[in-house]
Design a binder for this molecule. Structure first.
Ligand SMILES: Cc1ncc(COP(=O)(O)O)c(C=O)c1O
Length: 297
């Protein structure tokens, strides 16, 4: 499902470092760390009725990622929040919006990897776009298992939400070649970790399972779905999940800010049973907490 250009986005105003710029003028320097080495951290946010869903959780993860990357000059959350709302206001946006929030290590005085070459402070980018949930949540998606392993703490800790996404992009290319909607990525031991841009859940005999967050992003939606399962009385466990378990599950779905909750209907050519009971209860619970978890200006 390739997204098409949305005409509503043709005159976007984007916040970059020190102010708002039209999308055609919104740029970072060729010396910026994100250009030089994918050296930036990011969050994807969704806007519902003018509020930003789970904003505090996203900002906490952004701060944790920046600390793990030893960024200096990291802006305070209150300042970041103010810039996000300023950008939404400049675009008169309240709904159907996804925000790509990026914090780069900033400009370097000369090309190079060494963060000591950064002396100009970090650079915040707030890029809001009209973008309804990206997957067909009614019909579900097909996935293909990639040969590219998702990073474990042995290599680059997946708990850092960084913009160096080559790992996942290579997996996505493989799923494109296979003609499927997304790539299923395994961990170093061959257990499922996540899809290239979303977390994965399995329903089996009335119980919900998701992989340990060892080699996957500890998704905000993933965390929320685990909490909601508790609220509706469904047991949920983190567990190593093999492909065979997934192929034979009663239901499999993925979660993420970009697509919300999406059934997976096929994995590697095996059709996956579409489980409706627990999935629909979770969907209802998710819809029910949207207002409660939104942060407003
Ligand atoms: C690799 C990966 N997995 C999972 C997710 C879903 O995380 P969240 O629920 O926080 O949007 C994302 C979102 O950016 C992601 O990039």
């Amino acid at each position: 499902m390739l997204q098409k250009f949305d005409e509503r986005n043709k005159d976007l105003m984007v916040y970059v470092k020190d102010g708002l710029y039209h999308r055609d003028e919104a740029k970072v320097s060729v010396f910026d760390s994100v250009v030089q080495g994918g050296d930036a951290v990011w969050e994807g946010l969704r806007v519902y009725n003018g509020g930003i869903f789970c904003l505090d959780r996203h900002l906490e993860r952004l701060q944790h990622s920046a600390k793990a990357m030893a960024f200096t000059d990291v802006p305070e959350n209150d300042w970041i929040k103010a810039k996000i709302f300023e950008t939404l206001k400049a675009n008169d946006m309240t709904n159907d919006v996804h925000i790509r929030l990026t914090l780069t290590r900033g400009e370097k005085i000369t090309s190079g990897m060494d963060p000591r070459l950064n002396s100009m402070g970090s650079c915040l980018i707030v890029l809001p776009e009209y973008k309804p949930p990206v997957y067909d949540n009614d019909h579900g998606i097909t996935v293909f298992t990639s040969s590219i392993r998702r990073n474990s703490p042995m290599h680059v800790d997946s708990k850092i939400h960084h913009t160096n996404l080559i790992n996942n992009i290579l997996a996505k290319i493989q799923s494109n070649v296979a003609g499927k909607d997304a790539a299923l990525m395994l961990d170093a031991y061959g257990f499922a970790s996540e899809l290239n841009g979303t977390n994965i859940f399995m329903v089996s005999k009335g119980i919900l399972y998701t992989p340990f967050a060892d080699a996957c992003l500890h998704g905000i939606t993933r965390g929320l779905v685990m909490e909601l399962a508790g609220d509706i009385g469904v047991r949920c466990y983190e567990k190593n999940l093999s492909l065979t378990e997934l192929y034979n599950a009663d239901g499999v779905f993925c979660t993420g800010t970009m697509g919300e909750l999406t059934p997976i209907v096929e994995i590697d050519g095996r059709s996956i049973t579409v489980e409706k009971d627990i999935f629909n209860q979770l969907l209802k619970a998710f819809e029910g907490v949207k207002d409660q978890y939104c942060v407003y200006e």
